[in-house]
Design a protein around this ligand. Structure first.
Ligand code: PLP
Length: 371
């Protein structure tokens, strides 16, 4: 409306409905006052960092940072397609897979629609769905695991997208290939099923399988992956989705044209070829995951079985609480992740670190348990 000097006290720009009901995302803490180099085990980053090949490609990209990136990400697109055996034209690249979720939500959700996910579903799906004036329906996870029947029970005629992360963050649980197929078979073909496989490379359970083959022959399945975890490129923000061609083409209409940066594209392409770094990263996690789990259980705390690069530790409601454990870890220079935002105030999520970091975590927790 036109400026009316009489109304300056009462008028202000108003966010659209729902925006102010969204709790701002609080990321993993990254510093401790007075500690120069804290151990950051709060965001499931790769304890080995990025690989040498990715670092070199990043440095070499310096000469081209005045050039806009290739908006089609052709080089990375072809590398990913080759690496995973996928059709290049069906890939969607994003500023992290977080952006792929946001693009899916923006493309498919309108006010009054809903998404369905688990009780402990990743917050990124939920925040961007709410920004589309959609609602979030969350199925109970009584055993910290997404249950297919619980998800299906919440699907109604306004459901546009069902999100499942397998492996799941913050619980570390997963759904078997058979469960995912059953979920897909029970969904109407006009409901998108998004399988978030951010932690795929850390899984060794034989009944887990990537959903790429399911997606290949389905018109409503999207599988997402990220360069933030196994490849250690969280700071560069690159993820992708493998989608039906019609979905990829719809998303391309609203995607910002240059959403992945020049150094990001180069580093990700190089990372994909660095098998040695991927193997070392996976081995570190697979070696330490059972050790940490067993040792922390030995201190008397509950540790959920995890197939990701982190463990979720459950503390008692009284006495040796998660909040007290967090304080103790901080006093030792160790930053882990409180997951109260996920409705798990009695738990801490600990990223699996290097050997030294893991030993420091165990020393600190053992001391904490001893009082
Ligand atoms: C870390 C993570 C991602 C990856 O997010 P990016 O935006 O690609 O960094 C996706 N899903 C889950 C469940 C995660 O924990």
């Amino acid at each position: 409306m036109r400026f009316n000097p009489a109304m300056t006290d009462t008028l202000a720009p108003t966010p659209k409905p729902g925006i102010l009901d969204i709790a701002p995302y609080v990321g993993g803490k990254s510093s401790i006052a007075g500690v120069a180099e804290p151990m950051k085990l709060s965001s499931n980053e790769n304890a080995l960092g990025a690989g040498e090949m990715a670092r070199e490609a990043y440095a070499a990209a310096l000469k081209n940072i005045h050039i806009y990136p290739d908006g089609r990400a052709t080089k990375l697109r072809n590398a990913v397609a080759e690496h995973h055996g996928l059709e290049p034209e069906r890939l969607i690249f994003g500023n992290g897979s977080d952006e792929v979720f946001a693009l899916l939500n923006q493309t498919y959700l309108t006010a009054g629609d809903n998404i369905v996910c688990g009780q402990y579903g990743f917050l990124a799906y939920q925040i961007s769905a709410k920004a589309c004036e959609a609602t979030v329906r969350q199925a109970p996870e009584p055993n910290y695991k997404c249950e297919i029947d619980g998800l299906l029970a919440l699907v109604d005629d306004r459901t546009r997208i069902v999100y499942v992360s397998s492996p799941s963050n913050p619980t570390g649980s997963y759904n078997t290939a058979e469960e995912i197929r059953r979920l897909h078979a029970a969904l109407s073909p006009d409901v998108l099923l998004v399988i978030d496989e951010a932690y795929a490379e850390f899984v060794s359970e034989p009944d887990w399988e990537t959903a790429f083959p399911l997606a290949r022959h389905a018109a409503n399945v999207v599988v997402t992956r990220t360069f933030s975890k196994i490849h250690g490129l969280g700071g560069l923000r690159i993820g992708f989705g493998y989608a039906p061609l019609a979905v990829a083409e719809a998303i391309d209409r609203i995607r910002l044209p240059f959403n992945v940066s020049v150094p990001g594209l180069e580093a990700a392409t190089a990372a994909l070829a660095d098998e040695a770094h991927q193997t070392a990263s996976r081995d570190l996690v697979q070696t330490w995951r059972p050790r940490l789990t067993q040792a922390i259980k030995g201190f008397g705390f509950d540790v959920l079985p995890s197939v990701g690069n982190f463990v979720l530790v459950i503390f008692p409601d009284q006495g040796l609480t998660a909040a007290a454990a967090n304080e103790h870890l901080l006093s030792k220079g160790i930053i882990v992740r409180g997951v109260g935002g996920y409705g798990l105030p009695n738990a801490l999520r600990i990223t699996i670190g290097t050997e030294d970091q893991n030993r420091a975590v165990l020393d600190a927790l053992s001391e904490f348990a001893a009082g």
